[in-house]
Structure formats: structure tokens, C-alpha cells
Design a binder for this molecule. Structure first.
Ligand code: ZN
Length: 375
């Protein structure tokens, strides 16, 4: 009898809580792995070249909107080709794709460089670019006639930075590289860096003490930001402070208009999560308004390899698993296992959508899809 009473009481409690949450429409506090396809997401850091229809089909199946970023990178197609591909994607996939323009430093030493590139960027912005990318060649490759490296706080960049600041256009800055690039191989944290830098000694800064240090490049980047306090800045690749969430927190505290993206650096958070899981989780929750999801996938111009999109899909899903679940996971990059961060749903929504929408206010507009009003 008393057991029956207890169980009816338990049942009515259950019913009350079920109806209560229905009445308030309360969503569960966490997503699951299986929610991956149904949640509207933005990948705010990819590089699409060529027609990229296969990539876009996968993005639509996985419910991603895309920010494709043009870069002054010799391994990518020439900048005009990147621009044509990006604008075509925006037109063919209205509301799905937005793009970021870039500038070339080929004629940087020419006194007319800034005015030429300003005109070029004005055209790109008029054509729909929602930001401008500055690449790591500034600080690591571009040199003056006397052999000195041009750093991010170089005065010749000021006309461009001033325009972006005035027009409230986002600057996406990739300065320096992961800290591993400046460390001896046995001190590198992740295998992919060890492999990459042993195969590409020319990019391995540890072997090039004559080149700028990691600290000096980031110090110049920070002086550039200090000189343009209203500049809206997306410090991609976790601001090149990927190895320490405390350093990242200090950067975000120091520059209140800056954001960071996770592109190609999730592995460094996973590595930190092997030892300091809760600290990494607390960082992402505390700075939930300042962090954008991005993969750094490069795709095209060749569509021949169907394996490429399968890889993109599985990486996207793996990132989701790390951020959303508490699954025990492993990485090919290091030995120790780590647990997923199981971030609250509202944090996941900000990382995957809200922050990118707030930063790139003109992006993913459906305007292009609507027929023009006849005059
Ligand atoms: Zn990138």
C-alpha cells in the first residue's frame, strides 16, 4: 500500500515536471551527438575554390552556413580567381555563403601600394565582402629592401586599417603560427606539427633563429590593435595563443573588441583537455560571446575527389562531438585520451551561430535570392 502511494506520488511528480517543461517550452540544457544535422550552424573559416558544389551539398546536409576566406597565399589560386569563385558561390547559394576579401602584398614597397589596395578592397566590399583577411606573410615572409621583416604594426598598413576601423569592417588576422613552430621537435605538443615541420624545414622557425620570434610577431599584432581600438578583429586560429587558455583569456580581456576562432586549433584545446578538462570548459563558457566555430577546411578547385567531402563531414562531426558530448575521445595527434566538453546548449549556439551572425552582420543575407524590384 505505501509502496503504491509512493509510486503514484512519484508518477504525479514526473507528470508535473513533464507538463511544466512542455508548458514553458523548455529545451534540454545540452545537445546530443545526434543533434548534429538538425542544428543550424556556421563554419566561419573555410577556403573554397572553384565551383565547390560537392562541398556545398555536404554543408547543406550537415546544416552549415559558410564563410569562405580569400587569402594572399601562393598555394591557393591567384586572388582574382578566389574572388570570382567566392562571388559565384554567394550568388549560387544565397543565404548559405558569405565571403571575406584580402589584399596582395606583392607591390608593398611601391608608394602607391596602399591607395591601389584600398581601391581594390572598396570594390570587394561593394561586391559583398563582409571582412578582410590579413595573412601571416606579414610578420613571417614579407621583407623590406634592407632585409627586415614587415611587421603587423607597420605604418604602411595604416590606411587600410583606418578604413576598416572607420567602416566597421571586420579584419581577420592570422599572424604567426602555432607556438610548436618555434620549439624543438621533442617539445611539440601535437604530432601533426612534428610531421609538418620536419617535412617543411623552411617553415620551421626553430631552425631559423634569424627570423622574427613568436613573441615579437604577436607583440606587433597587439600594438596594431592598440593603435586601432575600434577595429573589429577576428583573431583566427585562437589568436596564435592556442597552447594556453589563460593566455587567450588575457588577450580577450586586453582587447575587448577582439574575437577568436577555433579554426584548425581544436586539437590544441583537446590536448589541454587531457590534463585540464574543466579549465578548458570554463574558458569556453566564460568567453562564449567571443569565440567562433571554424574548421579551416580548404576545398577545390578540383571537385574530382569525393573522399574530400567525406573527410570534411567527419571532421565537422568530430568537433561537434568534442564540444557537445562528454564522450571519451582520442586524437591521432597525441597518446592520452580526453573527454568531450559537454558545453551547455546556449554556449554551443553562440559558438556555432550567434557570434558569427553578430560579427558579420551583413553575411548570409537572402537579399540576393529575392528578385529586384522593377523601377
Ligand atoms: Zn585558414
Amino acid at each position: 500500500m505505501s509502496a503504491w502511494r509512493l509510486s503514484t506520488r512519484f508518477l504525479s511528480l514526473l507528470l508535473v515536471s513533464a507538463f511544466g517543461s512542455l508548458a514553458y517550452g523548455a529545451a534540454p540544457a545540452y545537445y546530443a551527438l545526434g543533434d548534429f544535422e538538425s542544428v543550424d550552424k556556421i563554419d566561419a573559416h573555410v577556403h573554397l575554390h572553384g565551383v565547390a558544389d560537392r562541398f556545398m551539398a555536404q554543408a547543406m546536409r550537415d546544416n552549415f552556413r559558410i564563410l569562405t576566406i580569400n587569402v594572399d597565399y601562393p598555394d591557393f589560386p591567384p586572388i582574382p580567381e578566389q574572388e570570382a569563385a567566392a562571388k559565384s558561390l554567394v550568388k549560387r547559394y544565397p543565404g548559405r555563403v558569405a565571403f571575406v576579401a584580402t589584399f596582395s602584398v606583392e607591390h608593398f614597397r611601391d608608394p602607391a601600394w596602399a591607395s591601389t589596395e584600398l581601391k581594390h578592397l572598396e570594390t570587394e566590399l561593394a561586391d559583398g565582402a563582409v571582412g578582410v583577411k590579413m595573412w601571416k606573410n606579414i610578420g613571417m615572409d614579407l621583407k623590406d629592401a634592407d632585409g627586415r621583416y614587415v611587421m603587423p604594426d607597420d605604418a604602411r598598413l595604416n590606411p587600410i586599417l583606418a578604413m576598416l576601423e572607420r567602416e566597421r569592417v571586420v579584419l581577420l588576422g592570422h599572424q604567426a603560427e602555432p607556438l610548436n613552430c618555434w620549439l624543438p621537435e621533442d617539445q611539440m605538443t601535437v604530432r601533426s606539427d612534428q610531421e609538418y615541420f620536419s617535412k617543411h624545414p623552411q617553415y620551421y622557425m626553430y631552425r631559423h633563429p634569424e627570423m622574427p620570434s613568436h613573441d615579437s610577431i604577436l607583440a606587433a599584432r597587439d600594438r596594431m590593435l592598440a593603435a586601432h581600438p575600434a577595429l573589429r578583429f577576428d583573431a583566427v586560429h585562437l589568436a596564435s595563443l592556442e597552447w594556453d587558455v589563460d593566455r587567450l583569456a588575457a588577450f580577450l580581456d586586453h582587447f575587448p573588441t577582439a574575437q577568436v576562432d577555433l579554426a584548425a586549433r581544436m586539437v590544441h584545446l583537446q590536448y589541454q583537455a587531457t590534463r585540464n578538462h574543466d579549465k578548458v570548459r570554463r574558458f569556453l563558457i566564460r568567453y562564449a560571446d567571443r569565440i567562433l566555430y571554424g574548421s579551416d577546411d580548404s576545398y577545390g578547385p578540383d571537385e574530382a575527389n569525393s573522399g574530400a567531402v567525406a573527410e570534411v563531414h567527419s571532421e565537422w562531426r568530430r568537433d561537434w562531438q568534442f564540444l557537445v558530448t562528454s564522450d571519451v575521445m582520442r586524437s591521432p595527434d597525441f597518446t592520452a585520451s580526453f573527454r568531450g566538453l559537454r558545453l551547455p546548449r546556449d554556449v554551443v549556439d553562440k559558438l556555432y551561430r550567434g557570434n558569427a551572425e553578430a560579427l558579420f552582420t551583413a553575411a548570409w543575407s537572402l537579399e540576393e535570392a529575392r528578385p529586384a524590384v522593377p523601377r
